[in-house]
Design a protein around this ligand. Structure first.
Ligand code: ZN
Ligand code: ZN
Length: 290
């Protein structure tokens, strides 16, 4: 009898006040997170039709369950007459992904010299990309078994400098015409996506706790799997419990989405184990992606 998986592959809708996120994540099978409102996606383990219009894809790392359909996304967009999307990837993986895309296009009968490479942009930890006037992305290093990045999307807002506060609108309009800079930019962390990772990333990158929404992996749950989690570059639920004890107050996120559970667990086991192990005030903010 086949094992009882917690999800046969169906995307899950997470409705937040400012965005509806379409996501799926099971360890070794597939992970993708789509945020249509922001025209951004994270990882592309599968490419659903909702993913096709999205123009920016942030790739956490090159493991197949996170990237297998990256170039399917590119091909589908071309097929539908859309402009190429941009694929942000860890810089160490650009050459490998380009070679993979070329091999695929050869297999599909594209003649030598006709290969049109996908628009890959290599990033490293600390890089910032301004996506448009009101949105930016920051990459940060993530601890896994291969080069990996996490990403935070930030809302860029304008705020009046203190000396201009309380001035009437027509005066500000005049100042604008005169080219006076009367506003500062404020960057507000909105959504952070961490792909596969050990718990070390949270200790090293506490800023992830400032985003309104945080995606975290918890691949392993059972006793006896702690060492395997570490060896495979993943998080065990006990690691997360320990982190919450060591660093109380760091994860201030309104919503925390736990994902990437091992495919060997069924839904009841996941729910019961998380309820038994995680503190109640933390669980109030948790969405379990199953
Ligand atoms: Zn994975
Ligand atoms: Zn991985």
């Amino acid at each position: 009898m086949p094992p009882k998986h917690h999800n046969p592959g169906l995307p899950i809708k997470l409705k937040f006040p400012q965005e509806t996120i379409i996501a799926f994540s099971i360890s070794a099978l597939s992970t993708y997170v789509l945020v249509p409102e922001l025209n951004c996606a994270f990882d592309m383990g599968d490419c659903t039709l909702e993913a096709v219009p999205i123009e920016r894809v942030f790739v956490s790392h090159a493991h197949g369950d996170h990237t297998r359909c990256l170039f399917r996304h590119d091909s589908l967009r071309r097929l539908m007459g859309m402009a190429p999307a941009t694929y942000y990837v860890p810089e160490e993986t650009v050459a490998g992904f380009t070679a993979l895309a070329e091999a695929w296009s050869t297999l599909e009968g594209v003649r030598a010299g006709q290969f049109n490479p996908p628009r890959l942009k290599g990033l490293k930890g600390g890089d910032v990309v301004r996506l448009h006037r009101q949105l930016a992305a920051k990459a940060f290093p993530v601890r896994h078994t291969v080069p990996s990045l996490g990403y935070t999307l930030l809302d860029v807002r304008k705020k009046l400098k203190p000396e201009f506060q309380g001035r009437p609108g027509h005066e500000l309009a005049q100042l604008r015409r005169e080219g006076v800079e009367f506003e500062n930019e404020v960057w507000v962390p909105r959504l952070t996506f961490i792909g596969d990772s050990t718990i070390e990333t949270l200790y090293r990158e506490p800023h992830v706790g400032e985003s309104r929404i945080l995606f975290l992996e918890v691949t392993f749950l059972l006793d006896g799997e702690q060492e395997m989690a570490r060896r495979r570059g993943h998080t065990h639920v006990d690691d997360l419990v320990q982190f919450l004890r060591d660093c109380p107050g760091v994860l201030r996120n309104e919503h925390i989405v736990l994902k990437h559970f091992s495919m060997r667990y069924d839904r009841d086991l996941i729910r019961h184990t998380l309820q038994a192990k995680l503190p109640g005030d933390f669980l109030e903010r948790v969405h379990v992606l199953i």
